[in-house]
Ligand binder design. Structure first.
Ligand code: SAM
Ligand code: SF4
Ligand code: SF4
Length: 374
């Protein structure tokens, strides 16, 4: 017998071909997992490539010239992504987030935005579509993305100080270009623009107040700054708890300079805890993925660049939807498979980590952030 050739990229994370149940009811939008959590949010990674090498995500030593990124034909096409998104929408998803890698490196991304913006929920409503980007080419792309139907954007920015920022992206990329990207997004009318800062104790925690001050002074309430706890995603970033600055400390440090009061969440399952400047300077958010698990309301699914469905950011095993998409399955069959996968979901990694019982897993390598998206 001849050898079966399996491209290396397909071997990096285990994925099962999903089972198609025989007598599934059509999607009702009422799908719930084993812990009663609905499916509301789909994060779609459109590329595993990135022009930055943030050490907490794609450390240079691992993601070097020899690293094999996914070959182009293994990526889902825009049509495949839109078809999959439509089936998730039928199951209750109302929010889509494009991510990566760096999503703006995927050629003609505005064409995908245009296709996704045409989707409607069963009630006939447009979807909430957003994008997370490192901002490096946002200045150039903002107008086309807005014209295609992107209404809001999240830009990652870990420091205002140029030297600190260049060190953190590890490719010597200047902060001024990202700030121009934010300006460009605001000029197109995208709102709100959110800015995400991953805080690493000892690396950029001294930038919390300067960045907050800059966002308040330069933009006012039109830009929402969010502080993210450094997470133990993947297996390459050498994470240790000592480098996590708890959100409570972020709020404490900020409120010494700019007094804050808590705000109610906008929606169930929202990852950020909201705070408001007492002087009317706008709001900030803190995302406490490490110190305060929010698995109980987690309604997010993630679709990898090559069409594998992951039910948790810390999963090591995906569900190979691409096999169904390219295997001649009907929409009904794929929707039924998605329904079954979600109904069996019981992931709650952060809660277990918090309780000190996080299983190191089955020994399988956990999925990397640049592959699955944030
Ligand atoms: N390249 C885009 C960007 O940086 O915005 C999108 C993909 S990136 C993986 C999505 C988000 O994940 C970013 O805001 C990034 O800062 C965050 N992120 C990556 N690794 C992280 C980690 N170890 N802990 C916390 N956040 C992380
Ligand atoms: Fe690239 Fe975003 Fe990861 Fe930084 S966080 S390496 S910008 S994918
Ligand atoms: Fe959701 Fe997994 Fe994060 Fe918990 S650890 S909030 S289940 S993605």
């Amino acid at each position: 017998m001849g050898e079966t050739f399996i491209p290396l990229a397909d071997l990096r994370y285990a994925a099962e071909r999903p089972r198609i149940p025989e007598h599934a009811a059509p999607p009702s939008g009422l799908l719930a997992d084993r812990l009663g959590r609905p499916l509301r949010d789909l994060r779609i990674s459109v590329t595993d490539r990135c022009n930055f090498r943030c050490s907490y995500c794609m450390p240079k030593e691992v993601f070097d010239k020899a690293y094999k990124f996914l070959p182009h034909d293994s990526l889902l096409s825009f049509e495949e992504i839109t078809r999959t998104a439509r089936l998730f929408v039928a199951h209750g998803v109302g929010k889509l987030r494009l991510t990566g890698g760096e999503p703006l490196l995927r050629k003609n991304l505005e064409v995908l935005v245009d296709q996704l913006a045409a989707l409607r929920t069963p009630a006939g409503e447009a979807l909430d579509i957003t994008l997370t980007t490192n901002g490096s080419v946002l200045e150039r792309k903002a107008q086309a993305l807005r014209a295609a139907g992107l209404k809001r954007v999240t830009v990652s920015l870990d420091a205002l100080d140029d030297a600190v920022f260049r060190r953190m992206n590890d490719v010597d990329f200047p902060v001024a270009d990202v700030l121009r990207g934010i300006d460009a997004a605001l000029r197109t009318g995208m709102a709100p623009v959110k800015v995400n800062m991953v805080v690493k104790r000892g690396t950029n925690d001294h930038e919390i107040v300067p960045l907050a001050r800059h966002v308040r002074d330069a933009y006012g309430p039109g830009v929402i700054l969010r502080f993210i706890e450094y997470m133990d995603v993947g297996a390459t970033n050498g994470w240790c708890m000592d480098e996590v600055l708890p959100s409570a400390e972020v709020v404490q440090r900020l409120s010494q300079v700019f007094p804050l009061e808590p705000l109610q969440p906008n929606a169930t399952g929202e990852t950020a805890e909201r705070w408001r400047y007492l002087d009317g300077g706008g709001e900030i958010g803190v995302i406490s993925s490490v110190t305060q698990a929010f698995c109980r309301d987690c309604n997010r699914a993630r679709l990898s660049t090559e069409g594998k469905l992951f039910l948790c950011l810390f999963a090591s095993r995906g569900h190979d939807l691409r096999a169904l998409l390219r295997g001649g399955c009907s929409d009904e069959q794929i929707a039924a498979a998605i329904g079954l996968i979600w109904s069996e979901r019981e992931d709650r990694y952060s809660e277990l980590r918090g309780a000190g019982t996080a299983a190191a897993g089955s020994g399988e390598r956990r999925v990397e952030m640049h592959y699955i998206g944030g």
